[in-house]
Design a protein around this ligand. Structure first.
Ligand code: ZN
Length: 160
């Protein structure tokens, strides 16, 4: 297996590993806050109410669980937003946004969009400024320096 392929495959895992790490951190924080809610709030009433559900009856508990769910959803949204603007190969933040196209001249200049690049040359992300279903954001991978070198070496061998 050429060196470049191994490097690209291993680096590509970095994107998914970062996502898994962030999701695990969100799950851990949510579980920790859940445990804190369970310990801080007064215990479930006993006696006749011992079998009744706590959620929806106990106002403090219900509010705490609602806020925790809201915070967890916000964290997941932030995680997805952050992951969207990361390089699919090395998981670094995409940089240098370039806006192209103008809404007043769509026929001439194309649909307005913004392109972000990985500063290490792994690819670019096309993000349309007008949100339509037929033109979603698209990642375009550039071949690595190793791919170029391997291709040049193969061409050199063919000529001799
Ligand atoms: Zn990259």
């Amino acid at each position: 297996m050429p060196v470049g392929w191994r490097r690209a495959g291993g680096a590509r895992l970095r994107f998914w590993a970062l996502l898994a790490l962030k999701l695990a951190a969100i799950a851990a924080v949510t579980a920790g806050v859940w445990l804190a809610i369970e310990t801080v709030l007064p215990p479930h009433p006993g006696g006749l109410l011992s079998g009744s559900p706590r959620l929806g009856v106990d106002l403090t508990y219900t509010l705490a669980v609602f806020c925790l769910g809201l915070a967890a959803a916000a964290l997941l949204g932030l995680c997805a937003w952050d992951q969207r603007y990361r390089c699919r190969t090395c998981a670094r933040r995409l940089r240098m946004p370039v806006a192209e196209g103008v809404l007043s001249s769509v026929m001439l200049g194309g649909v307005p969009h913004t392109e972000y690049i990985c500063t290490f040359g792994h690819g670019k992300l096309y993000v349309p400024d007008v949100h339509t279903t037929y033109r979603p954001a698209k990642w375009t991978r550039y071949p690595t320096l190793w791919d170029d070198l391997m291709r040049a070496e193969a061409l050199a061998h063919q000529r001799h």
